[in-house]
Ligand binder design. Structure first.
Ligand code: T5A
Length: 211
């Protein structure tokens, strides 16, 4: 049986990395074989593209170049990792996927959705995640948390307005498709965030078992 594809999304510093550790434990506890991966990245070539995308540079990266690099890495990642793993029956847990492109390039960079939809169809066909968790915190809180952890990358140097557009795009994507998306209030203490995540995963698994 084909594996399930779960993605984790949110603005900077919402706690994706922290909560992925919790989800991995939940998968282990439920005896589910899985791989954990990320975007941009996930294969040696796509990780090289990630470096190009995140590193600070004097040359301005134009939005179309940024968008195409996101999808170039994604095409490689799907072909080499995601699709073969799902086909083998393993679950794939991915830190960010195409919803990040709608949120960051579509809304953050104000490129709109049309071009992204075309690229999504070209690169993914009709393949979409089965479940997407959107960790939500006010932008200022996320940036404060991320700032304590490491030096800002090229995206983290953007202004608050940019991240507010990203956040609202995520919330609107989720609201328009409650079947696939679950918004997690990640501004709470970690144990409360993890209770919400566990509830979501337990009902997803239950629905899967019920067919
Ligand atoms: N991007 C990506 C695009 O523009 N388009 C795309 O298509 C894709 C795929 C990738 C960048 O690329 C952009 C978006 C991004 O800018 P990334 O590394 O995936 O970068 O994303 P970041 O958001 O930069 O990831 P971070 O690692 O910064 O944030 P996390 O993983 O969300 O946060 P985490 O877990 O490291 O937590 C941050 C801090 O908060 C604490 C943690 O301990 C940590 O110190 N924390 C909490 N503190 C209190 N209470 C809680 N509940 C907490 N949860 C976490």
């Amino acid at each position: 049986m084909r594996g399930k594809f779960i993605t984790i999304e949110g603005t900077e510093g919402v706690g994706k990395t922290t909560n992925i550790a919790f989800i991995k434990q939940w998968l282990d506890d439920n005896g589910i074989s899985f791989i954990n991966t990320r975007e941009p990245g996930g294969t040696p070539l796509a990780e090289e593209i990630r470096q190009v995308l995140l590193s600070n540079r004097d040359e301005k990266v134009c939005s179309k170049a940024e968008l195409l690099m996101m999808f170039a890495g994604r095409a490689q990642h799907i072909d080499q990792v995601i699709e073969p793993q799902l086909a083998q029956g393993n679950w794939v847990l991915c830190d960010r996927f195409t919803d990040a492109t709608y949120a960051y390039q579509g809304a953050g960079r104000e490129m709109g959705d049309d071009l992204i939809k075309d690229l999504e169809t070209m690169v993914q066909g009709d393949m979409r995640p089965d479940l997407t968790l959107i960790l939500d915190v006010p932008v200022e809180l996320g940036l404060e948390r991320a700032g304590k952890r490491s030096e800002p990358d090229r995206f983290e140097l953007e202004k608050t307005d940019f991240f507010n557009r990203v956040r609202h795009a995520y919330l609107s994507i989720a609201t328009n498709n409650p079947q696939r998306y679950k918004i997690i209030d990640a501004s709470q203490a970690l144990e409360h965030v993890q209770l919400q995540i566990a509830d979501t995963l337990n009902s997803f698994l239950q629905k899967d078992h019920n067919g």
